[in-house]
Design a protein around this ligand. Structure first.
Ligand SMILES: Cc1cc2nc3c(=O)[nH]c(=O)nc-3n(C[C@H](O)[C@H](O)[C@H](O)COP(=O)(O)OP(=O)(O)OC[C@H]3O[C@@H](n4cnc5c(N)ncnc54)[C@H](O)[C@@H]3O)c2cc1C
Length: 458
């Protein structure tokens, strides 16, 4: 079907899953279809608060600057609204306490903004805008249980819900997250089951929520490093004066989920800023401690399916879910939704647009996947007592030298943060100046002491 002159396709598009990927996809599709229906299996709360469909939302969720910029383009005024709700906006280089294996990173103005909010607040703010969009209908407690196909099963024509209802669809987006059933649905329709790549760092999170007075930093990162330093922590100052504090451990060194064990685990990091924050903080009553273990990098090779179904696109964690330590998942989902909009805006056949979009989705995954997996393969091979693939050794060697430079060279910090936030491409880390610094200026280190312990996370 050619692109209609008024810029909108007739009929309705259906989005499965109301997480960050699904909400942004619904917003984008509303520019191109007469109607958009967003179905969500869980209950969507009327206020910003936890919901069962996204247990990961209990943990520190940082949005990279690139994702924030794109969200603002899709939802103008979002940032101002989050700030008005009390979410601190700050320069990541200046107001984050960052510790790497080489030591504490000196603060420096990085020109990269970070925003401290709970994922609940972000999702709720997006949801309000999507729910109020005149062309979008949001239906919660409506799990999708399968896809409906054209007679020759090459084109998706609808989505089946758990109660048997079928939603006709000119276009379907699967944004149902890490545990998406799409591979099974494709197989049932006669498509080959997509290959899956998994790289598991054996990482688990455990998170507590606190009320705490303001500090001279708005966020804290204590990064781990394979294979000697499995433990780390994140803390973020959020709306309502609250702090979310996540401790984590890779390589199977998992944080406990009882308070005493959790605090002891945090103490082993030897991080003065974290210790001071926790000493001044009061746990939020009834918030408990939440563990999370399903953190493996998992990527479906959908573009390898030669005859990709027409009118179907998968985005977000449904395609590729990342180790959360690098904070990439939400940004990747938003960029993929943006790519979906760009493909649909181009003149062309709706039937071929899905395959084109799916290729762009895969291209967006590539760099974040490499960033995440290059580090995690080190854990993976350490756990399996294997040796690190030869091709990865120079990458990790170089990265470690750059990380050592973070504690002495503010310019390296600034470039590193820009790449981390996806506002500069990774090649910025291998320009002539950075190369020279990495090769000749990286400070020497003393021996690294390993800290490991019990496995307590659920
Ligand atoms: C512990 C942890 C910490 C993380 N921290 C960060 C971070 O700091 N920064 C960051 O950018 N990312 C982080 N992520 C990743 C981030 O949560 C996801 O990448 C992001 O939410 C995008 O996911 P999504 O929209 O694809 O899926 P999700 O957010 O998981 O949403 C999927 C939705 O689909 C619904 N659903 C599932 N099946 C069905 C069905 N059959 N029918 C209808 N609805 C369905 C679910 O209920 C859910 O609402 C973290 C992840 C984890 C696990």
């Amino acid at each position: 079907m050619p692109h209609p002159p008024h810029g909108r396709f007739p009929g309705q598009a259906v989005v499965i899953g109301a997480g960050i990927g699904g909400l942004t996809a619904a917003r984008v599709l509303a520019d191109h279809f007469e109607q958009v229906v967003l179905v969500e299996s869980g209950t969507l709360p009327a206020v910003a608060g936890p919901r069962e469909g996204v247990p990961q939302a209990r943990h520190v969720h940082g949005m990279l600057a690139r994702g924030a910029r794109q969200l603002e383009a899709l939802f103008p005024g979002l940032q101002t609204e989050l700030v008005a709700a009390g979410a601190p906006l700050f320069d990541h280089g200046l107001l984050a306490s960052t510790t790497v294996f080489a030591g504490l990173v000196p603060r420096t103005h990085a020109g990269v903004q970070a925003h401290g909010f709970s994922r609940d607040l972000l999702e709720w703010s997006l949801r309000q805008r999507v729910v109020n969009h005149p062309r979008v209908t949001v239906r919660d407690r409506s799990p999708a249980t399968g896809l409906c196909w054209s007679r020759e099963a090459r084109r998706v024509v609808g989505v089946r819900l758990a109660d048997g209802e079928v939603l006709d669809a000119e276009w379907v987006v699967d944004a149902s997250g890490r545990f998406s059933k799409l591979p099974q649905w494709l197989e049932q329709a006669g498509f080959p089951r997509p290959a899956v790549k998994v790289v598991d760092a054996g990482l688990a999170y455990a998170t507590m929520l606190f009320d705490a007075p303001g500090r001279d930093f708005e966020a804290l990162q204590h990064m781990n490093s394979a294979p000697d330093l499995p433990r780390g922590a994140f803390a973020i100052h959020m709306e309502g004066g609250r702090w979310a504090v996540t401790v984590f451990g890779a390589g199977g060194d998992h944080p406990p989920t009882d308070e005493q064990g959790w605090r002891e685990f945090a103490k082993t990091l030897g991080n003065d800023d974290l210790d001071a924050l926790l000493a001044s903080a009061t746990p939020v009553e009834g918030a408990g401690i939440h563990g999370f273990k399903r953190t493996e990098n998992r990527r479906h090779e959908y573009t390898a399916i030669r005859q990709w179904p027409r009118r179907l696109v998968a985005i977000g964690d449904s395609v590729a879910a990342f180790d959360p330590v690098f904070g990439q998942g939400m940004t990747v989902s938003v960029l993929q939704a943006q790519a979906l909009g760009e493909t649909l805006a181009r003149p062309g056949d709706l039937d071929t647009a899905a395959r084109r979009t799916q290729r762009r989705v895969a291209a967006i995954v590539r760099t974040p996947w490499l960033m995440s997996v290059s580090e995690d393969l080190a854990w993976h091979h350490h756990r399996e007592r294997g040796t690190l693939p030869l091709r990865l050794r120079p990458v990790l060697w170089y990265k470690r030298r750059l990380i050592r430079l973070l504690v002495t060279d503010p310019e390296v910090s600034r470039v590193f943060l820009s790449v981390y936030h996806m506002v500069k491409p990774p090649r910025a880390l291998v320009g002539p100046r950075m190369l020279a610094k990495a090769l000749f200026k990286a400070p020497r280190l003393g021996p690294v002491t390993a800290v490991t312990g019990t496995d307590g996370a659920r």
